[in-house]
Design a protein around this ligand. Structure first.
Ligand SMILES: Cc1cc2nc3c(=O)[nH]c(=O)nc-3n(C[C@H](O)[C@H](O)[C@H](O)COP(=O)(O)OP(=O)(O)OC[C@H]3O[C@@H](n4cnc5c(N)ncnc54)[C@H](O)[C@@H]3O)c2cc1C
Ligand code: SF4
Ligand code: SF4
Ligand code: SF4
Length: 640
């Protein structure tokens, strides 16, 4: 026996002990503790701001059901192709597999599904149409997410967008080499297919006012983002050769040119700064330096994007801040910078950067991009009834409720954590709040009922269809409860870095089917019963019965030994007190119905006997499985 895998062949000699005797001895009467099957929630799901049902999607993908796996993602997230490329993947930080070897490439999986799965949008449509109409201001990820969820619930939704194309920062901020526009346009297309009307080129606050919209619509969601770049307040900021980061990226993204010199500095350490530097590199400049006032650990940009940028030959000057711009004949010629040291944490929780006196140094440049932060534009600033925070954001409650009746807000413009997944999550939360507002129900109560663990996300699939998705959202499977004896160690498959700096072609490639299969196999599928049969095979009293839907427990024969619960690879069996003798406790999982037998392993005679009301006198099972992985018949990743 290897240290981390067991085969049933090796434990077979134990099985005959209970053959025959079980029928005679009602060992079930010896114990009050009985097993109960409970699908739980994976920690990756709790870590995902959107609350994607990752484990269940992995389970379907393991059976080759990519379309179904994609549909599971799309129950909560309308933009899996986008998130599968640019999300900062907090799900992976929470992944149980991290404690075993390396976290699963969950983001790569989401991208794979979006690229390979088929979407049948008719399955998302409801015949239960609602009479109310909803206006959404802004078509970034927050606005698109709210529109998608509200349209799925039967409301008529219209999005008002100031720019010519929808998508917000996904269209006008994040460059093509990280997010190809056909991926974005395809996913926005599905939202249109749901019946959402998109009116572009209309700026709310100028072309139409909030009170105008209030007269026509039953509720409004504001998701205007933060498109106004902030200056850094030093002398010479307005000189020729200095441009603000968001303006620079937007100009390039609409296909216009910006003339920059050969030596370019970019101030900032966030996504915008890194994307500005990499865009400049692709447009021909070779001498590019990022100047950031804190250390690498505090950079808000994703570490992998910073590493990608360094591979492209872009330098970073850490713990440095600009003090003065130097011009010659009216042209920028350099930046006087000062070295910084880290002090006590500031309001953001990060160490405050403090200048070191006398440490000034010169960075010679002929162009400078300032990418140090953004705030919402001021179109809505004078709309009566809307309150703003001291940081210039729309003032909202946890459910996105503003100070105006029937008006909700979310995303970057309302101070949500400035990432795509968080913007999508805030659109979801406000969609729920809007439904409750129109139904006259309590949004906080509804949120709590469908909340995922301790996270600030909830499950839309659970809200819409708790029968199909009955998982217990309050129970998060910890690593200690995964039966790791069932899984072999294996290296993580990362998405390949494909093209370097060839134009604006996508830098990261997708995983191919074989690599994805290996990654799907690595996932424990924490908390999701996959029908692996381990409990069924190991029960010494043959008390578990395979049903059309999952398993049931013959309480009269179960002596409560806990072998099934302890051995369950993914912690879906719990031992509970107080279950009535003479009863049969049903499992609940519908995996057998979904697969309809086509991917299931061949049954042996003893297995068949224990299905339904079969007798309990079967011979020891002949089936050989690798307990840690799939039954051989189940192909990639297997059903375990
Ligand atoms: C360069 C860059 C790179 C980024 N990279 C990443 C990344 O890799 N990963 C990540 O998770 N996040 C990233 N982000 C952050 C992410 O893009 C944002 O957090 C997210 O787009 C915010 O979504 P939103 O819907 O709130 O706003 P936005 O995406 O900004 O959309 C707001 C929309 O509202 C419209 N609008 C504004 N005012 C009005 C008005 N008055 N009337 C009508 N329409 C209006 C705007 O035109 C815009 O289309 C990046 C941001 C930038 C700028
Ligand atoms: S949206 Fe982001 S956090 Fe959520 S599953 Fe996808 S990659 Fe992970
Ligand atoms: S092993 Fe799979 S189900 Fe478990 S936390 Fe990681 S990705 Fe999620
Ligand atoms: S392994 Fe069998 S006898 Fe033991 S608790 Fe589970 S069902 Fe009961």
């Amino acid at each position: 026996m290897s240290h981390n895998s067991i085969t049933i062949k090796e434990i077979e000699p134990l099985a005959p002990f209970s053959q025959g005797s079980t029928e005679i001895f009602f060992t079930g009467h010896w114990s009050s503790r009985k097993p109960v099957y409970v699908n739980k929630t994976s920690p990756c799901r709790q870590g995902c701001p959107i609350g994607n049902d990752i484990a269940r999607a992995f389970h379907h993908a393991a059976k080759g059901e990519y379309d179904e796996a994609l549909r599971i993602y799309r129950q909560d997230n309308p933009l899996p192709g986008v998130c599968g490329r640019v999300c900062y993947h907090p799900c992976e930080t929470a992944c149980n597999r991290k404690s075993f070897d390396e976290a699963i490439n969950i983001r790569g999986f989401e991208r794979f599904l979006a690229d390979h799965g088929k979407v049948d949008i008719t399955r998302e449509m409801t015949t239960n149409k609602r009479p109310e109409t909803i206006a959404i201001v802004g078509s970034g990820p927050a606005g698109l997410s709210a529109a998608y969820h509200l349209a799925r619930l039967g409301f008529s939704v219209t999005i008002f967008e100031a720019l010519p194309e929808p998508g917000g920062m996904l269209m006008y901020g994040i460059p093509e080499y990280r997010l190809p526009r056909e991926v974005l346009r395809k996913e926005i297309g599905y939202i249109r297919d749901l019946g959402v009307e998109l009116k572009t080129g209309i700026r709310v606050g100028k072309d139409v006012t909030l009170p105008d919209l209030k007269k026509e619509y039953n509720a409004i969601f504001i998701a205007v983002g933060a498109h106004k770049g902030m200056g850094f307040g030093i002398a010479g900021e307005g000189s020729p050769g200095v441009i603000e980061g968001i303006t620079y990226l937007r100009t390039i993204n609409i296909g216009k040119k910006v003339k920059l010199g050969k030596k370019v500095a970019v101030i900032g350490g966030g996504n915008t700064a890194i994307d500005c530097a990499r865009t400049v590199r692709r447009l021909g400049a070779k001498d590019i330096t990022i100047i950031y006032r804190r250390s690498r650990a505090e950079m808000p940009a994703l570490a992998e994007d910073v590493e990608g940028m360094e591979r492209e030959g872009i330098k970073i000057e850490l713990l440095a801040a600009p003090k003065r711009l130097i011009t010659e004949n009216g042209k920028l010629s350099g930046i006087e910078c000062v070295r910084m040291k880290l002090g006590e944490p500031d309001a953001s929780g990060r160490p405050r950067p403090l200048p070191i006196e006398g440490s000034e140094f010169l960075v010679p440049v002929d162009s400078l991009i300032a990418a140090i932060g953004q705030a919402p534009e001021t179109d809505l600033a004078n709309e009566p009834g809307l309150s703003w925070t001291s940081q210039g954001m729309i003032d909202i409650t946890r459910m996105g409720v503003t100070t105006m009746d029937g008006v909700f807000a979310g995303g970057d413009g309302a101070g949500t954590k400035a990432y795509v997944a968080d913007a999508i999550a805030s659109g979801k939360v406000s969609a729920l709040a809007i439904v409750c507002y129109l139904n006259g129900t309590d949004a906080n109560k509804e949120f709590a009922e469908h909340r995922i663990g301790a996270a600030s996300s909830f499950s839309f699939q659970h809200f819409i269809d708790p029968e199909t998705y009955p998982s217990d959202l309050t129970k998060i499977v910890p690593y200690e409860k995964v039966n790791t004896l069932c899984f072999p160690h294996g290296a993580r498959r990362d998405n390949p870095d494909t093209v370097g700096i060839k134009g604006f072609q996508e830098v990261l490639g997708g995983l191919d089917k074989a690599e994805m299969a290996a990654e799907i196999y690595r996932c424990f599928k924490c908390g999701t019963c996959t029908g692996c049969d381990l409990c069924f095979l190991l029960c010494p009293d043959l008390s578990l019965v395979k049903e059309k839907k999952g398993y049931s427990v013959r309480v009269d024969y179960c002596k409560g030994c806990s072998i099934c619960a302890t051995s369950c690879p993914r912690n879906v069996i719990e031992m509970r007190e107080g279950i009535k003798q003479g009863s049969r406790v049903p499992g609940f999982e519908d995996f057998r119905e979904k697969t309809s037998g086509k991917n299931e392993p061949k049954k042996t005679s003893s297995q068949s006997e224990r299905e339904g009301e079969a007798s309990l006198t079967g011979a020891p099972t002949q089936r050989v499985v690798r307990v840690e992985g799939a039954t051989q018949a189940q192909g990639i990743g297997g059903g375990i």
